[in-house]
Design a protein around this ligand. Sequence first.
Ligand code: LLP
Length: 430
Amino acid sequence: MHSFHYQRGKLTCESYPLDKAAERYGTPLYVYSSQTIVDHYKRLDQALHELHHEICYAVKANSNLAVIRLLAEQGAGFDIVSGGELYRTIKAGGNPAKCTFAGVGKSREEIEYALRCEVLSFNVESEQELSAINEIAKSLNKRAPIAIRVNPDVSANTHKYISTGKTENKFGIAIDRVPEVYQRARTFTNIKIRGVQMHIGSQITESRPFVQAIEKMLPLVHKLKSDSGIEFFSIGGGIGIVYRGSLESGDEVWWKQDEPKHALTIQEYASATVPLLKGLQIRVLLEPGRFLVGNAGVLLSRVLYVKRTPAKTFVIVDAGMNDLIRPALYQGYHEIVPVRESKDRPLTKVDVVGPVCESGDFFALDRELTEVEPGEVLALMSAGAYGFTMASNYNSRPLPAELLISGTEAKIVRRRQSYADLISMELTDG
Ligand code: LLP
């Protein structure tokens, strides 16, 4: 359940009005609700209470230090994919001994750094990587804890760019080869086998793919428990969230006609997966990103102009694809609502576009939106995951600020970049 609601005609985050946030801190502005993040974490934790489990938050979804810290305080572990994410996580108070290090292309420097920090496990994605980790661990006189990432060849039924569990994807090792790879791993002097892992994709909105993948993995996990002594089975992340109608529904159900009238609630996810996992008698790791933070954030943007042409009406806002790339990259849908409640205003069909010099710079195409005026603030909903973390300086646009709300309190957790910041790393001859 998220904490964005209209109160007295204004969209608020918890008890903080978002027009005030835009006024005080400027736009574009990311705003996060700490209450929502904690609530989502607790609900997931509770839904899994029958399992010996560990929630390893996927830092890539939102890596702001304050967000990492909030989850560390709840007892979360972390799923990281780079040296930079490990560095952030430690700086924010995360425990490296609760970090799993994933990714198909870990560099030597990253492997050394993670070994020195004593991470929980390297999720190994190829046989060459396994040998490299063994070599590097030997040179540091250490034993590297590992889990093999298994590619179970299951369709996640999601956007092709975020589908990872089919053999044509670059991720993991094909399930038939995995027993042999563990056999090899057992012969390596500087490898300690710790677990097995899978992740089939992201924004999965039904339980079937998770069930299929787990069922496919069960015999393997049983076998690895007895012959390789694995301590954990990580089932990855991927739990989908509601994007359409997320404001009205409080993020619990789908409601638009063109979407299934059905959401993957956390109870459904748990009741489909927990019974399968319970019998394994093994520690289960999860790597949720989007589920924890997606509906805990919005991107506030101010309308600059409304441009009417014979073909279209364009609502031009001050945020661009560089600030939130999901619509451009995955045709991702984000609900767009005015911060000032709009009950009596007529609907018009518009494109909501940004200032970036690309036709792909849009947030909505042919969307029925309440009529808006220049100067007013819009909220792009469900922007807490893969929003700021995928932002860039394209068109030399400074990165937006990030604000964390807790009740009536607002705290800037990342200041807006300045023009000076934009060039501060660059060197000229003169
Ligand atoms: N574990 C692994 C190994 C992953 O690759 C990912 C996400 C996760 C966990 C977390 O998945 P989640 O629970 O957030 O679905 N930028 C895209 C999503 C990319 C997901 C990449 N991997 C988007 O905006 O939709």
